[in-house]
Design a protein around this ligand. Structure first.
Ligand SMILES: Nc1ncnc2c1ncn2[C@@H]1O[C@H](COP(=O)(O)OP(=O)(O)OP(=O)(O)O)[C@@H](O)[C@H]1O
Ligand SMILES: [Mg+2]
Length: 231
């Protein structure tokens, strides 16, 4: 079932890697302006879900839509061109290119460069613009990944474990940035940091062994201890 007003509607999604089935009958929906979190232990299928939405995996069955647009079968770059930007877990950057070149690559197709928010949220990137991305620290690299995704003014951000392995101070900073970004952009955040996601999410899906075990939608139930029960 798709809802034309939804930024994202995933319905009855099944995904496998060869013979091995990883996602079972997943349904997720994201309304404009919502911050939706997906939590689950290692191997639950969180990254597989984001990769499927972003067009990097071909589902066995099910539907993925944004408004009236069916995303199934679209190439990843076409989906990105619709303003659905994916920030992968591995923080891979082009090491030999500068920060500026890395940032601009994300908007190369649309030629849409909105530098304001990038520098507002990450003033440090301004100083690093001419540095080779290969020299960046983990935190700076994550700023670059997010900066690249927001440079074109996306309508939906798919963010895979943005705070993994980062120091508490940058985690706090990213939390603030996601709060600000959500005023203009819908967000799907995959995270294992439950206190963080519970502080910013409007809705939380708990994923276990490829299945959605719970959908927490009201403030009172969006708590780390509630999420933990389903993981
Ligand atoms: N390319 C692949 N080929 C085969 N199996 C894969 C592949 N990628 C992931 N898997 C398997 O699919 C399952 C889900 O993996 P996925 O990366 O989606 O989990 P995850 O919830 O993101 O885990 P993590 O928290 O460790 O990032 C795991 O059992 C994993 O081993
Ligand atoms: Mg993952």
């Amino acid at each position: 079932m798709t809802n034309d007003d939804d930024i994202l509607t995933v319905s009855g999604l099944n995904v496998s890697y060869g013979e091995s089935k990883v996602l079972f009958d997943i349904s997720v929906n994201v309304r404009p302006g919502q911050v939706v979190a997906c939590v689950g232990r290692n191997g639950a299928g969180k990254s597989t879900l984001l990769k499927s939405i972003a067009g990097f995996l071909k589902p066995m069955s099910g539907s993925i839509g944004s408004g009236k647009t069916n995303l199934i079968g679209m190439a990843a770059y076409v989906i990105a061109g619709l303003g659905i930007k994916y920030i992968p877990q591995d923080k891979k950057v082009f090491s030999d290119l500068t920060v500026r070149e890395n940032l601009e690559l994300g908007s190369y197709a649309s030629q849409d460069y909105d530098w304001g928010p990038v520098f507002d949220y990450f003033p440090k990137l301004k100083v690093l613009m001419d540095r080779k991305a290969g020299y960046l620290s983990g935190g700076e690299r994550q700023m670059l990944m997010i900066g690249r995704a927001i440079l074109g003014g996306p309508k939906l951000l798919l963010v895979d474990e943005p705070t993994e392995g980062l120091a508490p101070s940058i985690v706090m900073h990213l939390k603030h940035v996601f709060g600000e970004l959500s005023k203009k952009t819908a967000l799907v955040i995959v995270e294992q940091n439950l206190p963080l996601v519970c502080a910013i999410a409007d809705k939380v899906y708990a994923l276990k062994e490829g299945r959605i075990m719970a959908e927490l939608k009201d403030r009172d139930s969006i708590k780390p201890e509630m999420c933990e029960k389903y993981l």
